[in-house]
Design a protein around this ligand. Structure first.
Ligand code: ZN
Ligand code: ZN
Length: 260
């Protein structure tokens, strides 16, 4: 139950009037999750049995429209003839039966483009969007579930994140190189000014220095772009997993770059 702060005779200077978004005293027409067939934090396995009739999907319309013909007899296909859906993250393979009585062939239609490894592009896009907007896998899942879009499970998102991490890092470094060149060219001086800041996760109180991660960035004053950055982390889920079981850690791409 949400708290209502209006009508108690106690007003702060920052209180809003009746249209305040925190004022829930007026009954809504429907619950905010009125069409949610999918539980908020429930994850969808790749072999989920969620019906294609449930919830929403993210589709590339042109990509789908081009496939809406039977591969055997070229008869147009109808979405209402879907017999099965196989969900793969945020993409789906729709098995659609040809409506022609002489054919009845079951065609496979994909909801979006896939890369050379067969991964739906939307899974990579959603992961990039998650990183770009400062969210984590749980936030992304909750966001999608609230939109009534079956969310991918966490391991799928983390796998995509790991796959893309090298490219993202390389792109970030190239971006810094370009910004540094622009910054150099914007001044006659042989030396370069920059503002620098660093932070770590547990800095809140100012006296905790046991954070697992830390990051820093340098910004050029003329172009206002990040010209360099660095980070330190002593966390690696693979190392932690094997250390806790006293096992030999297998060769892997290790996230940790700091000890101490
Ligand atoms: Zn057909
Ligand atoms: Zn490791």
């Amino acid at each position: 139950m949400r708290a209502t702060f209006s009508g108690n005779g106690y007003k702060h200077s920052y209180s809003r009037e009746a249209d305040d978004c925190y004022n829930y005293s007026q009954t809504a027409d429907h619950d905010v999750y009125y069409d949610a067939n999918i539980a908020l934090v429930e994850t969808v396995a790749e072999d989920s049995d969620i019906s294609w009739r449930d919830g929403r999907r993210i589709v590339e319309l042109k990509h789908m429209a081009d496939q809406m013909f039977c591969v055997k007899c070229s008869h147009p296909l109808h979405l209402s003839h879907i017999v099965d859906e196989k969900i793969s993250g945020l993409g789906s393979f729709l098995h659609i039966q040809c409506p022609s009585p002489q054919c009845l062939y079951i065609n496979t239609v994909t909801t979006g483009k896939r890369n050379e490894k067969g991964v739906f592009d939307i899974n990579n896009k959603a992961t990039i969007a998650m990183i770009h907007s400062g969210m984590g896998p749980t936030h992304l899942q909750n966001f999608l579930a609230a939109c009534n879009i079956p969310p991918p499970n966490q391991s799928t998102i983390i796998r995509r994140e790991k796959e893309m991490s090298k490219s993202l890092l390389s792109q970030a470094k190239q971006s810094c190189d370009r910004a540094r060149d622009k910054e150099k060219n914007s001044t006659e001086s042989t030396s370069m000014e920059a503002s620098f800041d660093a932070a770590w996760q547990t800095r809140g109180s100012g006296c905790q220095y046991n954070s697992n991660t830390g990051h820093s960035s340098m910004i050029g004053p003329n172009k206002d772009k990040v010209i360099d950055f660095d980070y330190r982390t002593r966390l690696c889920s693979i190392c932690t997993h094997h250390f806790s079981r006293r096992e030999t850690v297998p060769a892997h791409v290790c996230n940790s770059n700091w000890e101490g």
